[in-house]
Ligand binder design. Structure first.
Ligand code: IVH
Length: 671
C-alpha cells in the first residue's frame, strides 16, 4: 500500500529505481559505468532513506534488497517446476564425434548441426523464477528436482536483475532463468586473504568460496562477497518468439543478464573442435575457473526431438578439459579405518597444487590398487584430481626409483584397535569387524556431524576423536547430552569455541528426516535414497517399522538397500540410539514436501501411438505435474495416453479396463 506516500515522493522513488537499475546494469553487466561510484552511492543512499521513511515503498524488486535481508532460521525446499538436468560428459574428440553422430542420427540428417558453445563454468547452478517480471524465488539445483530456496542471497548479486522489462513480463508471465554463480579468481584471492588475516579458515578454491558464500543463512554476509551470475538457459523451450538457444541468450542479455563473452554459434564438428582448442588456450588467462566446454544443439525444435536420457539432455554435452596432472613424492603410506571398518591405504604426499588446491593425501582404495600401481614409499608419482575433485595417483614414475623405496603390505591387524582384519571373499577391502573399534566410532561421530547429515559446524575429525578419547561420546546420540564445561578441557577449546559447538549441536536437533537418515550412516543409504525413503514414510517411526517389501516399492530403492535399512533398525544398539536422540530433544520433524496436489499425483501413465508432439514432451508434462510414466501397460497403470495408430498397448489397456485418454482429454486433465 502506498496510499500515505506523497505523490512527489512516489515519483522520485520510481525515478531513483530506474536510475539505479540502469547504472547497475552499465557497471556490473556491461562493464561501461556512466557515473562515479560516489554518484551511484548517493542515489542508493537516497533510496534507502526513502524506504526507511516510507516502508510501504519497498517491493521484492527494490535495489535495496541487494544489501541482504538478515538471517533466516533455515533454508526451505523449492521444487523445480522442470527438473534441472545434468550433462553427459566427453573427454576426447572421438567421444565428441560420437555425440555429434548420435545427434545427427536422432534428427535423421547428414547435415552439419548448428551448435552453441559455452565455457563450462565451475560454480553453482541456480534457478531464478520471475513472476510477472519480478524475481520471486531463487534456488540451488539440489538433487535436480528439489533445491534450497536462497532468494535473499541471490538478490544480493548485482548481475542478477531483480526486475525484467515490461514487454517481457507480459510475454512471459513465468520465466525460469538458469545459470551459474561463480566467484572470480581475483575476488577469491582477496577474500581468502581477508579470511586468513581474521584467523578464519580460507576456502580451498573459488567454487567452494562461491558455494560457501551463497549458502549463508545470513544474506548480509553473502552481500559482502563478490559473486557473479552468468545466465545460460531458460527452463522451458516452449517460449513464444524464441526458437533457439542462441536467440534466447541474446534475449537474456537484453534483459540485463550477464552472458559469458565466449558463447558462440557454430556449425559442424570442425568448428566445435576449433573452439575447444581456442577455449583451452584462453583458460589460464580467464579470471574465472572453467573445466570444459558445453556444446548445445541450437534449435529448440531439434532439442525437443532429441529429448533426454538418464537425467541428461541428448542435445547437449560437456566436453571436459583433460585433468591437470602433476608430479610429487610419496612420503608415507598409512592406513585409515572408516566408519564401516574398511581399512583404506592412503598415500601421504609431498604437498603440491593441482587444479586449484593443495593436495597432500591420496586414497589408494584397496590392496589390489596398491599391487596394480606397484606403489612404494619414496616413489615419484603422477597425481590428478579425479573429476577434478578427489586426488588420485595415476602412475608411478619407475625410472626415477633409486632403490631406496620400500614396499608395503596391508596390515593383518586393525591399526586402530589391534583386532584381526579380514578380507571377505569376493571383496577388495580388508575390514576390522570389531564394532567397538575406536576409529570406527570416531568416524561415525564425524560422519554424523557432516554437512549433508546433521551439519554440526565445528565438529571435525579432531574434535570427534577427542570427544571419544575423553569418554564424552560413545555413540552420536551422546553429543546431545554433553555440556560446555565438559568441552573446555579439550585441546584448543576456548570458551567461545565450546559455546559455539554446544549451540551448533543444539541447532542440529531441528534437522530434517533425510539428513538424519544420512547421519545414521546406514550402509548404502546416501542422500538420494534418504530423500526417497523420507518422502514415502514421512516419519522415523514409520521407517523403523518398514519391511523390505515396503521399502522396495519405492522407485529407486533396491533389495540391497532395503535389507540394509531393515538390518540397521533391527539392531538394539541402533534403536537405543534413536531413543536417546528423541529423549534429548532431536525433533525428527515429519517430512512432508509441500507440493500442489494434482490429479496426476503418483499416477502412472503409458504413452502410445502417434501424438502431435514427441513422447518426451508429454512425459515431461506428466512428470512436472507429479505423475510418472512407464513403458508397458500393467495393472498398476492408471491412464493410457493413446495417439493415432496405437497398437498392442492399447489392446492390453482395454483388456485390463484401464482408462484410455486421447490428447485433448489429456490436456483437459492437465488443466
Ligand atoms: S547447461 C540441460 N551450461 O554443468 C543443460 N551447464 O552437468 C544443463 N554448467 O549443473 C546445464 N556451465 O552447474 C550448462 N554453460 C553451461 C554450464 C553448465 C557450467 C554446469 C551446471 C550444471 C552442470 C551440468
Amino acid at each position: 500500500m502506498t496510499m500515505n506516500v506523497p505523490k512527489d515522493i512516489l515519483e522520485e522513488y520510481a525515478e531513483l529505481i530506474e536510475q539505479i537499475e540502469h547504472h547497475a546494469k552499465m557497471y556490473y553487466v556491461l562493464d561501461r559505468p556512466e557515473v562515479s561510484d560516489a554518484e551511484y552511492d548517493r542515489l542508493f543512499d537516497r533510496l534507502l532513506e526513502l524506504e526507511k521513511q516510507y516502508p510501504e515503498l519497498e517491493t521484492p524488486a527494490s535495489p535495496s534488497q541487494r544489501v541482504g535481508a538478515g538471517p533466516l532460521p533455515e533454508f526451505s525446499t523449492v521444487l523445480h517446476r522442470i527438473r534441472m538436468l545434468s550433462l553427459q560428459k566427453v573427454t576426447t574428440r572421438e567421444e565428441f564425434a560420437d555425440f555429434d553422430r548420435r545427434v545427427r542420427e536422432g534428427l535423421g540428417t547428414d547435415d552439419d548441426i548448428e551448435y552453441v558453445i559455452e565455457p563450462k563454468l565451475d560454480g553453482l547452478a541456480v534457478e531464478l523464477v520471475y513472476e510477472a517480471g519480478v524475481l520471486m524465488v531463487g534456488s540451488t539445483r539440489g538433487d535436480g528436482s528439489r533445491g534450497e530456496s536462497i532468494t535473499p542471497n541471490l538478490k544480493t548479486i548485482r548481475s542478477i536483475p531483480l526486475r525484467l522489462s515490461e514487454d517481457t513480463s507480459m510475454l512471459y508471465p513465468l520465466l525460469e532463468v538458469r545459470g551459474e554463480v561463480i566467484m572470480r579468481k581475483s575476488d577469491f584471492q582477496k577474500l581468502n586473504q581477508r579470511m586468513e588475516e581474521s584467523g578464519a579458515q580460507p576456502f580451498a578454491n573459488p567454487r567452494n568460496a562461491a558455494a560457501g558464500s551463497l549458502r549463508q543463512l545470513n544474506s548480509y554476509i553473502t552481500a559482502q562477497r563478490a559473486l557473479v551470475f552468468y545466465a545460460y538457459n531458460v527452463a522451458a523451450t516452449n517460449l513464444p518468439e524464441l526458437d533457439d538457444h542462441y536467440t534466447t541468450v541474446q534475449f537474456l542479455k537484453s534483459e540485463g543478464f550477464l552472458i559469458n563473452e565466449h558463447v558462440k554459434l557454430v556449425r559442424g564438428i570442425d568448428e566445435v573442435e576449433k573452439e575447444f582448442a581456442r577455449l583451452e588456450q584462453a583458460r589460464p588467462d580467464l579470471d574465472y575457473e572453467i573445466d570444459g566446454m558445453v556444446v548445445k544443439v541450437n534449435s529448440f525444435r531439434e532439442q525437443e526431438r532429441l529429448g533426454e536420457i538418464a537425467r541428461a539432455p541428448r542435445w547437449a554435452v560437456a566436453w571436459k578439459f583433460p585433468a591437470e596432472e602433476v608430479e610429487t613424492i610419496v612420503e608415507d603410506i598409512i592406513f585409515s579405518v572408516g566408519r564401516t571398518g574398511v581399512v583404506t591405504p592412503v598415500a601421504k604426499l609431498q604437498p603440491v597444487r593441482v587444479a586449484g588446491v593443495t593436495v597432500s593425501n591420496a586414497s589408494l582404495h584397496n590392496e589390489d590398487e596398491i599391487r596394480e600401481l606397484d606403489i612404494r614409499v619414496g616413489d615419484h608419482v603422477i597425481i590428478r584430481r579425479a573429476g577434478d575433485v578427489i586426488p588420485q595417483v595415476v602412475s608411478v614414475i619407475k625410472e626415477k626409483r633409486t632403490g631406496g623405496e620400500h614396499t608395503i603390505t596391508m596390515p593383518q591387524t586393525c591399526p586402530s584397535c589391534g583386532s584381526q582384519t579380514v578380507r571377505p571373499e569376493g571383496e577388495a577391502a580388508w575390514r576390522c569387524i570389531n564394532v567397538a573399534c575406536p576409529a570406527q566410532i570416531v568416524e561415525r561421530i564425524y560422519h554424523f556431524a557432516s554437512k549433508d547429515a546433521m551439519d554440526i559446524d565445528g565438529l571435525g575429525g579432531r574434535i570427534a576423536g577427542q570427544l571419544f578419547e575423553n569418554n564424552l561420546v560413545h555413540d552420536p546420540a551422546d553429543l546431545y547430552t554433553i555440556t560446555k564445561e565438559q568441552l573446555l578441557p579439550l585441546d584448543l577449546m576456548g570458551d567461545k569455541r565450546a559455546g559455539n559447538l554446544i549451540d551448533a549441536i543444539a541447532e542440529s536437533k531441528k534437522r530434517q528426516l533425510p539428513n538424519i537418515l544420512v547421519a545414521l550412516g546406514i550402509f548404502g543409504i546416501g542422500e538420494n535414497a534418504a530423500q526417497l525413503i523420507s518422502t514415502r514414510f514421512e516419519t522415523i517411526d514409520a521407517i523403523m517399522a518398514a519391511s523390505v517389501d515396503d521399502l522396495i516399492t519405492i522407485d529407486g530403492i533396491g533389495p540391497t538397500m532395503a535389507q540394509s535399512v531393515v538390518d540397521f533398525f533391527a539392531k538394539d544398539q541402533n534403536r537405543t540410539m534413536i531413543d536417546k536422540m528423541k529423549k534429548a530433544g532431536v525433533a525428527f520433524p515429519p517430512y512432508r514436501v509441500e507440493r500442489k496436489s494434482s490429479v496426476f499425483d503418483d499416477k502412472t501413465f503409458v504413452i502410445t501411438g502417434t501424438l502431435s508432439k514427441p513422447r518426451d514432451h508429454f512425459k515431461k508434462l506428466i512428470e512436472n505435474a507429479g505423475g510418472k510414466t512407464a513403458g508397458s501397460v500393467s495393472a498398476k497403470t492408471d491412464y493410457v495416453l493413446a495417439g493415432e495408430k496405437a497398437g498392442s498397448k492399447l489392446d492390453k489397456a482395454k483388456k485390463l479396463g484401464i482408462e484410455i485418454i486421447d490428447e485433448d482429454q489429456f490436456l483437459k486433465l492437465l488443466e
